[in-house]
Design a protein around this ligand. Structure first.
Ligand SMILES: NC(=O)C1=CN([C@@H]2O[C@H](COP(=O)(O)OP(=O)(O)OC[C@H]3O[C@@H](n4cnc5c(N)ncnc54)[C@H](OP(=O)(O)O)[C@@H]3O)[C@@H](O)[C@H]2O)C=CC1
Ligand SMILES: CC(=O)C(=O)O
Ligand SMILES: [Mg+2]
Length: 578
């Protein structure tokens, strides 16, 4: 992490230096000790001989000067030696804490290889082990005991110009449940993707975990646990602290500081989104970002199945943040196609932990968000029976129930339709509703498949199928980038439909031919940038952008705001074009 500018320049007023500069005070780079421990500027062996002299690094580094490309090669060789993905994760996190620029160069150049390490599935394991592997702190850890002091504590973060925060309360980390303060791995991972995928300068971002306690007894008893050892608080204490946090962010960083909510428990996620959306620059990634990527995949699948959106029957296994967010965005997408909202809702069926969501269900549990989709139908609980009865064309899993798309369920989907669409969105991999090979094998290779965590391609009868990664990582970096670049204060729901369409439009014929409903991961930088372009156009057209005058050349405008490794030191230290 960097620090405020002043600390990193040493005003050199010695006679010798004054003479060299015609009597002017010369600004030198920082001292070796400051340099070595500042990951924003430290570049290991890539420091030139001249810089070594200037920064008093002679003798501190061995004589070899290694270029950045060779450093990347060394990192990849080191990574390949580790057998366990968690070790790779720890190695990369250490690299980020030592030489940030190299970390992002490696991430940007080896995205496909490294996303499964820095992000899902490995980040899930890293969160489980976060307390044990905890090394150098990254982000702000707030606790429920910090009421009245949040503004002050945010001020302890060394950066002043924060433009985006990813915040969690750790209650629903991926499909792993309550991981308390260990949830910090998620904001850290998501923000690494802000930079690696969309080019958002890392010094503008801040990971935050708000520790309200944990109901995970194993953590409370774990001697290594880094969080509060108490049960989660709820009610006014929770609400007041959240309110204070939101206001403190605005006071510190301004109304255009983006606050991305991540992995909050279901009972808080929806109500906090509704509460804060009108007055803060905020969105919930699990509800809205996931909806966007799922709808994009569905829109792209239409080019394979030949159906119109409203000709489908959608069945969700799960009726939480991801499923309901997607269901609501599907309604909006159908409305834009001219379908009445009542008609659109009839196409969408949901299953929760108590079974199919039907009116007057004897077991209850139908919240107002679910009630919108409740049907006059028999009370069924078995997924297989439901699939037989409703005959969905699209089956989406977002329930974190491993393997619930059984052989029978998948075969029934294949019996009902020529090209059933099957998305197993739950993360990490061992929470997926089915694997890619299960999906293809039990549908005779006819299904259109995507999953939240990555799966390898599957070959059946000499045809190779490439599963898409239906993960909100295709959406949130581009969305955040455009919001930040345009100085947006209010994030409308439509942002996520614009993004979904922008993503679906980037799925080419050759991708579809391979069975993909998303562009390959190696294209994700371009994809994120193109989403940001579409959103920038939308923000200016709809008057959501506050940055004036409107840039004529939006591509050049966005490019000028992106991170690149070879930035001058002044920019690295905080004088960026935002
Ligand atoms: N691919 C992606 O980009 C994303 C994937 N996800 C993944 O989706 C999963 C769910 O996340 P999210 O929606 O936020 O979580 P929520 O807790 O909000 O929702 C989970 C839902 O699953 C339901 N459920 C639980 N058990 C069963 C069961 N046996 N049968 C049917 N439904 C069941 C719950 O029912 P009830 O309502 O009755 O409690 C609830 O509706 C997680 O694994 C998460 O990682 C989430 C966001 C993004
Ligand atoms: C991907 C993501 O946001 C989740 O699984 O929660
Ligand atoms: Mg999430």
């Amino acid at each position: 992490m960097g620090q405020s500018n002043e600390k990193f320049y040493c005003e050199c007023r010695s006679k010798k230096d004054k003479n060299k500069n015609g009597g002017q005070t010369k600004k030198l780079l920082m001292k070796s000790s400051e340099y070595l421990y500042n990951p924003r500027v430290c570049k290991g062996l890539a420091v030139s001989t001249r810089e070594r002299e200037e920064m008093e690094l002679r003798g501190i580094l061995p004589p070899a000067v290694r270029c950045r490309n060779l450093q990347v090669k060394a990192v990849i060789q080191n990574l390949d030696r580790f057998e366990e993905n968690l070790s790779k994760y720890i190695y990369l996190r250490n690299l980020q804490d030592f030489d940030e620029e190299l970390f992002y160069k490696v991430m940007m150049e080896h995205t496909e290889k490294l996303m499964p390490i820095v992000y899902t599935p490995t980040v899930g394991l890293a969160c489980i082990k976060y307390s044990t592997i905890f090394h150098r702190p990254r982000g702000i850890f707030l606790t429920v005991h910090d009421g009245g002091r949040i503004h002050h504590i945010l001020g302890n973060w060394p950066e002043r110009n924060v433009k985006a925060i990813v915040v969690t309360d750790g209650e629903r980390i991926l499909g792993l449940g309550d991981l308390g303060a260990n949830g910090m791995g998620i904001p850290v991972g998501k923000l690494a993707l802000y930079t690696a995928l969309a080019g958002i300068p890392p010094e503008l971002t801040l990971p935050v975990t708000i520790d309200f306690g944990t109901n995970n007894q194993k953590l409370i008893e774990d001697p290594f646990y880094i969080g509060l050892r108490q049960k989660r608080v709820k009610g006014p204490e929770y609400n007041d602290l959240m309110d204070e946090f939101m206001e403190a962010v605005v006071q510190r960083y301004g109304r255009s500081c983006l606050i991305q909510f991540e992995d909050f428990g279901n009972h808080n996620a929806f109500r906090l989104l509704e509460k804060y959306k009108p007055n803060y620059c905020t969105f919930n990634d699990d509800i809205q970002g996931t909806a966007s990527v799922a709808v994009a995949g569905i829109l792209a699948s239409l080019k394979i199945t030949g159906l119109k959106l409203a000709q489908n029957i959608f069945l969700f296994q799960g009726a939480g943040e991801a499923a309901l967010g997607t269901a609501n965005l599907l309604v909006m997408a159908m409305e834009q196609d001219g379908v009445q909202s009542e008609e659109a809702m009839k196409k969408i069926w949901l299953i929760d932990s108590k079974g199919l969501i039907v009116k007057n269900r004897p077991t209850g549990g139908i919240t107002e968000h679910k009630a919108r989709f409740a049907k006059d139908y028999q009370n069924l609980t078995s997924l297989e029976e439901i699939v037989k009865s409703i005959k969905p064309t699209v089956l989406i899993g977002a329930s974190a129930q491993r393997g619930v798309f059984t052989e029978n369920v998948l075969q029934t989907m294949a019996n009902n339709h020529k090209q059933p669409v099957i998305f197993a969105l739950s993360n990490p991999t061992d929470k997926a509703e089915c694997t890619a090979s299960d999906a293809y094998i039990h549908t005779e290779g006819r299904c259109v498949f995507a999953s939240g965590s990555p799966f390898e391609p599957v070959t059946i009868n000499e045809k190779t199928h490439y599963p898409g990664q239906g993960n909100n990582a295709y959406i949130f970096p581009g969305v955040a980038f455009a919001i930040m670049a345009c100085g947006v204060h209010y994030v409308s729901d439509e942002v996520f439909l614009v993004s979904a369409k922008a993503l679906a439009d980037q799925v080419r014929k050759e991708h579809l031919a391979e069975g993909r409903v998303y562009p390959p991961l190696k294209k994700i930088h371009d994809v994120s940038f193109n989403i940001a372009i579409k959103l920038t156009q939308y923000f200016y057209a709809e008057d959501f952008a506050t940055r004036r005058p409107e840039p004529h050349d939006k591509i050049a405008f966005l490019r000028s705001k992106q991170y690149n490794y070879a930035r001058p030191l002044s920019i690295k230290l905080g004088r960026h074009p935002y």
